[in-house]
Design a protein. Structure first.
Length: 130
C-alpha cells in the first residue's frame, strides 16, 4: 500500500512539474521621436512572432518622458506608427504620458480621445498641478 501511495504521489508531482507553464511577463518599449522604429508595426510583429511570445501578457509602448513637445503632426504619428502597431494584437497597449504642445493633440479631437482610450495620457503635468 505504501508503494502504491508513493508511486501515485510521485506520478502526481511529475505531472505537475511537466505541466508547469512559464510565468507571463510584460514587455515595455520606451521610445522617443528618434526611435519610432522601435514601435513600428514590423518591430512589434517581430516580438509577437518570437519564440517566447506565448509568455507575453502585454507589450506596452511607453513614450519617453518630456520629449514630445515639438511634434507637429500628432495625427500622422497616430495613423502611421502607433495605430498599426496596436491593431496587431490586444496585447499591444499604450502606457505613459505624451507631453505634446498644448492644443496640438486636440486639433483633431478624435486623436486625443484615441490616445487616452489606448492607455496613454496627454499633458498629465497640467493635471498634477491642480
Amino acid at each position: 500500500m505504501k508503494k502504491l501511495l508513493f508511486i501515485s504521489l510521485f506520478a502526481a508531482l511529475l505531472a505537475a512539474g511537466c505541466s508547469k507553464e512559464e510565468p507571463t511577463k510584460d514587455v515595455e518599449i520606451v521610445f522617443n521621436q528618434d526611435e519610432l522604429k522601435l514601435v513600428k508595426k514590423d518591430a512589434i510583429q517581430e516580438i509577437l512572432n518570437s519564440k517566447g511570445a506565448n509568455n507575453i501578457r502585454n507589450i506596452y509602448l511607453i513614450p519617453e518622458e518630456g520629449t514630445w513637445s515639438n511634434v507637429s503632426n500628432v495625427q500622422a504619428m497616430r495613423n502611421n506608427v502607433l495605430q498599426p502597431s496596436l491593431e496587431l494584437s490586444p496585447k499591444v497597449r499604450g502606457k505613459g504620458d505624451f507631453n505634446f504642445m498644448v492644443g496640438r493633440a486636440s486639433k483633431v479631437p478624435e486623436d486625443s480621445l484615441w490616445f487616452v482610450q489606448h492607455g496613454w495620457t496627454i499633458n498629465k503635468r497640467f493635471l498634477e498641478n491642480k
